[in-house]
Design a protein around this ligand. Structure first.
Ligand code: AMP
Length: 217
């Protein structure tokens, strides 16, 4: 059984790799970013609160974030493994997760830190476009759709996330370096942290992650 955290800066490729790993192992992909975006789309109270922080690149307060993960990890489908993408991002979140995994007897087995240089992160994020309908990711230079502005998969409209602008990204990176990067030491001390190079290409990075997980698949 694998209970995984994917750590790393915005743009390292956590979401993309998470989708692949979760289908490979048949475990739920729990992305707090996706959960917030879903709540924003639905216009729920949580969504309204979260949007104020997210659109400017700030972190959603710990209390709210921890509460949604608590509810999600409690679900039955996490019994045989889970993959957290974008959580924890702060020390209080990491500590809350420790308490929760202990309570649920679902201890972490791997913390995979996907690394990527800042220049490359900026290139990836500011050029990213996403389908409004199905969420498929594109890039204005390296992953163009067949028809400009239209999703190849579902015909939905492509847009730039409000938090993918250069201004918001700088705020996100600042939060990452100040609040999230210190978690590397936290998980190193627990002997759970393994680093994987996020600049090996999609397949190369996936291969490196599978090696860490001892995948036979
Ligand atoms: P992501 O899709 O993981 O890049 O997340 C998008 C945005 O959602 C982040 O920039 C934060 O504003 C918010 N968010 C996602 N996960 C967390 C978290 N664990 N703690 C606080 N804010 C979060």
């Amino acid at each position: 059984m694998v209970n995984i955290i994917l750590l790393g800066p915005p743009g390292a490729g956590k979401g993309t790799q998470a989708k692949r790993i979760s289908s490979l192992y048949n475990i739920p992909h729990i992305s707090t970013g996706d959960m917030f975006r879903e709540a924003i789309k639905k216009g729920t109270e949580l969504g309204k609160t979260a949007a104020k922080f997210i659109n400017e690149g700030h972190l959603v307060p710990d209390e709210l974030t921890i509460a949604i993960v608590k509810e999600r990890l409690n679900k039955d489908d996490c019994k045989n493994g889970y993959l957290l993408d974008g959580f924890p991002r702060t020390l209080p979140q990491a500590e809350a997760l420790d308490a929760l995994t202990l309570e649920l007897a679902r201890p972490l087995t791997h913390v995979i830190n996907i690394t990527c240089g800042t220049q490359e992160l900026v290139r990836r994020i500011t050029g990213r476009r996403v389908c409004r309908k199905c969420g498929a990711p594109y890039h204005i230079d390296t992953l163009k759709p067949k028809v400009t502005g239209i999703c190849d998969l579902c015909g939905g409209e492509l847009y730039q996330r409000a938090d993918d602008t250069k201004e918001a990204l700088l705020v996100r990176l600042d939060h990452y370096y100040k609040e999230t990067k210190p978690l590397e030491d936290y998980y190193k001390a627990k002997k759970l942290l393994v680093e994987v190079d996020g600049e090996l290409g999609l397949e190369g990075t996936l291969k490196a992650i599978k090696k860490v997980l001892g995948a036979t698949k």
